[in-house]
Design a protein around this ligand. Structure first.
Ligand code: ATP
Length: 651
């Protein structure tokens, strides 16, 4: 029911960047999700009507991505480089820019202010969606000598052509976050609505509410198996949204967001959850999630192009490994890719396996701790230089010989997996499992898993609807039991480092303690949860100082939620880039920390006795433990109430 945000441009002409910026401004200006959705959907309809070829690029810029995650093209330009570019493009000194940033705390606003105060001598050509995308892509992919200078020059060019609010969103985009509160999920809904309305309009009809719902369900389910607008948008244009599932299915080369598990604190909890159901227990290996995609070069099946740069379809012969974040790990694990085809039984020409890559002791023939895996180089690994050998433990198969298996039961997927591969000692193995079903059997299996250097168990529904593979979901149908946490809070947390406190005594040359936060995806903020100074070795502290000092910023970002004016203010603030795994004795309500405030209680929640466990560089800061998860953990524990009494939290 909202009015149109931007006047029409001539049909077929390039979509003005101003149209997107106008929409983003309206989206940012409301806190209501449905209004955000309507604004986004209106713009997409307009693009579909006037310049449908721009739709993919508009979606990319709306989600602040330049390409699908698996292409590894990232923005996230540091604050100092951006300040330099803003200064240069607006003819202002660095000191002035720095001063504004200290005062305003939002570089996007600083850029806008600087542009608005600047008299323009010439009228630059208006920015279009395509020119902005192209410009950002060049900035993100600049490499080699003089790279920094070329980046700054690229940013200058874009800023010089920016009008009004455009500079604000350009800079925020370059920083890596648009902060309009438009969740990726909402964009999927907006796109489905725009598309079905557009299709019906073309037939001279109106889309009914029922149709809107059906279209949304269709796009959602297709996107969960094939998270690639690169494939989906052209297919949708060709066949219509209601036919999407016929033409778009899981496809090797496009990583799925993996299925995740819910934590449990006790084996009895597992039995309650799976009462009267068939379930299975597997070792929970402690390594790195690896989604392995394979298509034999001789395969007769071809797949649509999945890349922004590819112009032809037909992708043949794929061997790739993706992380839990859909990052391409192929040049981290050439040793695995080199031997992949030797595990495959005859007759298998394509597959997607869900696995854990684990460090392996060749002499002792056993799994090594996660820390060993961390010592491997992260990029450009050469097989002949590999010191830490890796064994792949496969626990699921999602695609086989041209067919998606996500809708099959786990029992069937497991059968197919075992029938299609041959284990090779120290290279490839199936996850050890037992169909244990009473408390004692599970306890015995848990002990065995720990003896085999695993973290504990994964317990999974074996048959029925609940055993389907649910991409990107933290599902109740997968439960994890970690040995260490049975007596504690049920799980560790993965938290973002937002600030630090200078060290004292022996630690004066490094940071001595850190301020950590969880992530709240509903409003895209980081909410502080604790100060941590325990669990670090001297070497850790030196290394973290080295890494984090490069991420220092002058002022907390406007999307950090931390109670000001108290003694817990850190000495320095950082860009939100680093994620650490942390254990704690328990969670308690806090007058200072803001984590999950308004979910479990009006007050925030904090960790008691937090202890550093390890760096989680397989997680982005947006994959950190969410505020909702923190609230769930708090509710599920025996909490000490403010009057000191023990009370059981609500589940
Ligand atoms: P964490 O790894 O700290 O437990 P997470 O958020 O990365 O947390 P979870 O869903 O909590 O993911 O735990 C599942 C992870 O355990 C998977 O991402 C995978 O890397 C690993 N894993 C090890 N063994 C298995 C298995 N048999 N089945 C499923 N996942 C397994």
């Amino acid at each position: 029911k909202l009015s149109h945000p931007y006047p029409d441009w001539p049909a077929g002409a390039l979509t003005p960047y101003g149209a997107l910026v106008k929409t983003l401004t309206l989206v940012e200006g409301t806190t209501k999700r449905l209004e955000k959705l309507s604004h986004a959907s209106l713009l997409l309809r307009q693009v579909l009507r006037l310049t449908p070829d721009d739709l993919l690029t508009v979606i990319h810029l709306m989600t602040n991505k330049l390409a699908a995650d698996y292409e590894g093209v990232e923005l996230g330009i540091g604050e100092s480089l951006l300040m330099k570019a803003i200064g240069e493009s607006c003819g202002r000194s660095m000191d002035k820019i720095r001063e504004d940033q200290r005062e305003i705390g939002d570089l996007g606003m600083v850029a806008m202010k600087s542009r608005n105060n600047q008299g323009t001598l010439f009228k630059p050509k208006p920015l279009t969606i395509k020119s902005v995308h192209q410009g950002l892509l060049e900035i993100a992919t600049v490499k080699g000598e003089g790279g920094q200078g070329r980046k700054v020059a690229g940013i200058n060019r874009l800023l010089a052509a920016a009008k009004g609010d455009e500079a604000k969103y350009l800079v925020r985009g370059l920083e890596g976050k648009l902060r309009t509160g438009l969740a990726d999920n909402t964009i999927i809904v907006a796109l489905s609505q725009a598309q079905i309305v557009h299709e019906m309009e073309a037939k001279g009809k109106k889309a009914s509410v029922e149709m809107l719902t059906q279209a949304e369900l269709k796009l959602r389910s297709v996107f969960s198996e094939l998270p690639s607008y690169e494939v989906i948008i052209p297919t949708m244009a060709k066949y219509g949204i209601m036919e999407l599932d016929v033409h778009c299915k899981l496809q090797p080369g496009v990583p799925l967001k993996p299925m995740l598990a819910k934590p449990t604190k006790a084996i009895s909890e597992v039995l309650d959850r799976f009462e009267n159901k068939r379930f299975t227990c597997e070792y929970k290996y402690d390594g790195e999630r690896a989604q392995i995609h394979f298509v034999s070069p001789d395969s007769s099946i071809t797949y649509p192009a999945t890349s922004i740069s590819a112009t032809t379809s037909a992708t043949k012969g794929i061997t790739k490994i993706f992380s839990r974040n859909s990052e391409n790990l192929s040049n981290k694990y050439p040793d695995i890719l080199g031997v992949l085809d030797t595990w495959v039984k005859p007759g298998v020409d394509s597959f997607v396996l869900d696995c854990e890559a684990v460090a392996w002791d060749k002499e002792e023939k056993r799994v090594l701790p996660f820390q060993q895996l961390m010592t491997r180089k992260k990029k450009d690994v050469k097989t002949e230089d590999v010191k830490v050998k890796v064994c792949v433990f496969a626990f699921d198969i999602l695609f086989l010989n041209g067919k998606s298996l996500c809708q099959e039961t786990l029992e069937e997927r497991r059968r197919l997996m075992h029938a299609s591969f041959t284990p090779v000692e120290g290279e490839f193995s199936f996850a050890t499992y037992a169909d244990a079903n009473d408390l004692e059997q599970i306890q015995v299996f848990l002990d065995e898993s720990v003896k085999a250097s695993c973290e504990g168990l994964m317990v999974k529904m074996l048959d029925g609807e609940g055993s389907r593979y649910e991409p990107s979901k933290r599902s109740h149908n997968w439960l994890k039991i970690k040995k260490d946490y049975l007596s504690g809070i049920g799980d560790s947390l993965d938290l973002v480092v937002l600030g630090a406190y200078y060290g004292r005594g022996k630690r004066t040359s490094v940071y001595g303690a850190f301020l950590l936060a969880c992530y709240n995806p509903s409003n895209q903020t980081y909410e502080t949860i604790c100060k941590i100074g325990t669990g670090f070795s001297e070497v850790n502290l030196e290394e973290f100082h080295e890494i984090l000092s490069k991420l220092e910023i002058d002022k907390p970002k406007p999307f950090y939620t931390h109670d000001g004016g108290n003694k817990q203010q850190p000495d320095v603030w950082f860009e939100p880039k680093i994620v650490w795994e942390v254990k704690a004795a328990d969670l308690s309500l806090s007058p200072v920390y803001q984590a999950a405030a308004g979910i479990a209680d009006d007050r925030g929640i904090s960790l008691r006795f937090p202890r550093f466990i390890r760096v989680r560089d397989d997680k982005n800061s947006e994959d950190a433990t969410s505020s909702r998860q923190v609230a769930d953990m708090y509710n599920r524990q025996e909490v000490v109430t403010s009057n000191g009494k023990k009370s059981k939290g609500v589940d």
